[in-house]
Design a protein around this ligand. Structure first.
Ligand code: ACO
Length: 329
């Protein structure tokens, strides 16, 4: 069964409530209708009757909840929560109300924070930064986690590497600045995410342009330090580095370059040394290897909020809704 079909079955087994705040986009309506028809999640759209009538014209919204932010009986509760959470940042009821009405992503995150929804999917019409900033500000990280990162599940057709061609790539979406501590945390979170979504033991490669000291540079040292920290902090996972991409994936190259490594030649979870590498790497896999790329899925947030590519199709939104619903279970 394809990865996404397994996820959809899991989503159906314990239905969660997912908010789609981008009611200005026709793909949102198409995806919402499909999610409800497939029984993947309870869907909530945010929009005024005028917005819904104009942008959702032609879609049968039976079974989909619509929240009008101007008439919602919970509106004051969300304003109060916004002020409570951001008082130290100078938030006032007036500013909170204006921000929620101006950007429904804030409204959606407050619905989650107040227990009225289980997750949010957005980003078909907004940049990654604008999509995830409200979640970082309002929902914050899980206890003990310092930074949120973003991964893709990459499914490469007819591929002998990874877990039957399935991989996790991180961080592809969030952190422009890395240090060894952040990279070590991303390794632990990625191992956990891989095992949750793929259901197989994670073998985490800390990627570099060097394998086991073959090159000397500050960037290599940073990955070596991150590897040591990750191994110490997450002894329950198989993590090793620094490894070049081929040494991580290809058995005979791994044996040659890192014969003692338990991960070399068998890696399925790839931790990139910078956002540039991770972001470019997943797009190369997607475009040149014709891989399915599911994500970016955010890890480390206290509640599931996930981003979309602005070039996404309605079916991509459906896939991310299913992954978000599983994350919420
Ligand atoms: N984890 C947890 N919290 C974070 C993180 C993080 N990684 N980054 C920022 N925050 C928090 C901050 O602590 C701050 O909280 P506070 O307001 O309560 O103090 C809040 O988020 C805002 O942070 P800022 O420092 O003001 O940062 P800014 O909002 O400018 O940027 C962002 C954060 C949006 C994540 C930024 O780092 C960014 O744009 N990253 C790159 C996104 C991107 O373009 N990715 C590539 C495209 S995605 C794709 O191709 C699939």
């Amino acid at each position: 069964m394809a990865f996404i079909d397994v996820i959809k079955e899991k989503a159906k087994a314990d239905k969660k409530t997912i908010v789609l705040p981008e009611s200005m986009d026709a793909r949102t309506y198409e995806a919402a209708v499909k999610c409800v028809a497939e029984g993947l999640a309870n869907i909530v759209l945010i929009g005024t009757p005028e917005e819904i009538a104009k942008n959702g014209e032609g879609f049968d919204l039976t079974g989909i909840a619509v929240v009008d932010p101007y008439k919602d009986p919970n509106r004051q509760k969300y304003i109060d929560k916004f002020v409570e959470l951001r008082a130290k940042k100078g938030m006032t009821p007036e500013k909170a109300e204006a921000q929620m009405m101006d950007d429904y992503m804030y409204y959606a995150c407050l619905m989650c924070k107040c227990g009225d929804a289980d997750g949010v999917v957005s980003g078909a019409c907004h940049s990654t930064g604008n999509t995830i900033r409200p979640a970082l500000q309002l929902l914050k990280t899980k206890p003990g986690i310092k930074s949120v990162s973003g991964f893709f599940i990459i499914e490469v057709p007819d591929c002998e590497f990874g877990e039957d061609g399935k991989f996790l790539f991180a961080d592809c979406a969030v952190n422009p600045d890395f240090d060894a501590d952040k990279l070590a945390e991303i390794a632990g979170l990625s191992a956990e995410s891989f095992e949750k979504y793929i259901g197989a033991p994670a073998k985490v490669a800390m990627l570099s342009f060097s394998t086991k000291g073959s090159a000397k540079h500050d960037n290599v040292t940073m990955v070596q330090e991150a590897t040591a920290k990750a191994q110490e902090k997450f002894p329950q996972y198989m993590i090793d580095g620094e490894l070049q991409f081929d040494a991580a994936l290809v058995a005979n190259v791994g044996k040659l370059k890192a014969p003692e490594s338990p991960v070399a030649g068998e890696a399925n979870t790839l931790v990139f040394p910078s956002l540039e590498a991770g972001n470019i790497g997943y797009k190369i896999a997607q475009r040149l290897a014709k891989a399915n790329a599911y994500g970016p899925i955010l890890q480390g947030l206290s509640m599931p909020v996930n981003d979309l590519s602005r070039g996404c199709f309605a079916d991509d939104i459906v896939g991310v809704v299913a992954m978000t619903a599983v994350e919420a279970q």
